[in-house]
Write a protein that binds this ligand. Sequence first.
Ligand code: GAR
Length: 193
Amino acid sequence: MRIAVFASGNGSNFTAIADAIRGEELKGATLALLFSDNAAAFVLERAKDAGVPTLQLSPQKFPSKAAFEAALLNELAEHSIELIVLAGYMRIVGPTLLAAFPNRIINLHPSLLPSFPGKSGIADAFHYGVKVTGITIHYVDSGIDTGPIIAQEVVRIESEDTLESLEAKIHQLEHRVYPAVIAEIIHKGDHQS
Ligand code: GAR
């Protein structure tokens, strides 16, 4: 299956997915495209180093979100993309893209949804003082970090944890679990509408 990863920043999860495909833990996937909405995103360097085709489009350069997503859709069709994997993509997916990829867009979020949606799920959970948090992988719908949940894993917040140590635990878990869940989705053909 030809997948596109969408990312807006660092891209450590992109690298985890690329490594899992290369190491054959994620069988049946071709990393056909890395898309970023952010021209300054480090993930673009990671993709070039990994030999993965990149696409960068800035939404601000389009007259509307629909026009931005229509241009993106054309490119996805050019690359014959079948599944969209959001990995640190900090933008709400609009109706144009959702309609074209029903049940074929998945997202990774660094909290146990529906708790702590948004851009700072790890810090929000830490500052709230919850004793357990974790990660969620879900199908994308029109909301912010909503949509049917595919998988969740728990992380305990110990009294000695700092925000930095919690971030490190969450990211480690993400790098292990997201490729495995993508492999399962591909294996089961769950992505099909
Ligand atoms: C990850 O922790 C991911 O869960 C989070 O962004 C980070 C991206 O890290 N996503 C969200 O918060 C989505 N609401 P990365 O760029 O190093 O892969």
